[in-house]
Design a protein around this ligand. Structure first.
Ligand SMILES: CC(C)(COP(=O)(O)OP(=O)(O)OC[C@H]1O[C@@H](n2cnc3c(N)ncnc32)[C@H](O)[C@@H]1OP(=O)(O)O)[C@@H](O)C(=O)NCCC(=O)NCCS
Length: 172
């Protein structure tokens, strides 16, 4: 059961790259709270060997990490988004969207052509809204149904005339 507070103003909200080691530890804890603790999994299960070299974005309110997400490069063209997590009491206030938009901007800056995410099936709509498309069949991970989704990142260079690529295909 979510405890979201839809119209609450989030004080001193910043969505930005991770700043230091202390914040990295805070982020791991926040990630664990959202993605691992509800599954009865121990501290430590929320991190992996790619974290030290990945790009992390955090949402911080009054110094507290309330949301986070990670981008890493699987190849010069393909990026992987993972560990997207917002504390339940801050859901549905645009934080998840801001996290992904920040990662998309970083991916474009690094000239990536595509982004991939392995999402829990119940968050499919969140990524669809951002323009991601499902690829392949659903599968179980941690006993939860998951789905790979991808977003193409058309280059904004060499565009003639008025046409601009739609970064988000399904936004109103
Ligand atoms: C998925 C998640 C990151 C979304 O974060 P958020 O800050 O609530 O997202 P936003 O407020 O930016 O959502 C924007 C829109 O996306 C859609 N959306 C958000 N969460 C959704 C979900 N779980 N399922 C389907 N659509 C969703 C809604 O249309 C929402 O608009 P609304 O608030 O007007 O309904 C958050 O629910 C979360 O951390 N969930 C638990 C962990 C998880 O599932 N992570 C992702 C896959 S591993």
């Amino acid at each position: 059961m979510e405890n979201n507070s839809a119209h609450q103003k989030i004080p001193n909200l910043e969505v930005r790259p991770l700043e230091d080691e202390k914040e990295l530890e805070d982020m791991y804890y926040q990630r664990w709270l959202v993605l691992r603790s509800p599954l009865g999994m121990e501290r430590g299960t929320e991190r992996d060997k790619h974290d030290q070299s990945a790009f992390h974005v955090v949402a911080v309110s009054n110094g507290r990490v309330i949301g986070s997400a990670r981008l890493r490069e699987l190849s010069p063209e393909l990026g992987s988004i993972a560990y997207v997590a917002v504390l339940p009491e801050f859901h549905h206030q645009g934080i998840g969207t801001k996290l992904i938009q920040t990662l998309i901007a970083k991916a474009r800056e690094n000239n990536l052509k595509r982004l991939r995410v392995m999402t829990r099936l119940n968050a499919l709509g969140f990524y669809q809204r951002l323009g991601f498309l499902a690829t392949g069949a659903t599968f179980d991970y941690l006993d939860i149904p998951h789905q790979f989704m991808e977003l193409n990142l058309p280059s904004s260079l060499h565009i003639q005339g008025d046409w601009q690529p739609a970064l988000y295909s399904d936004r109103d």
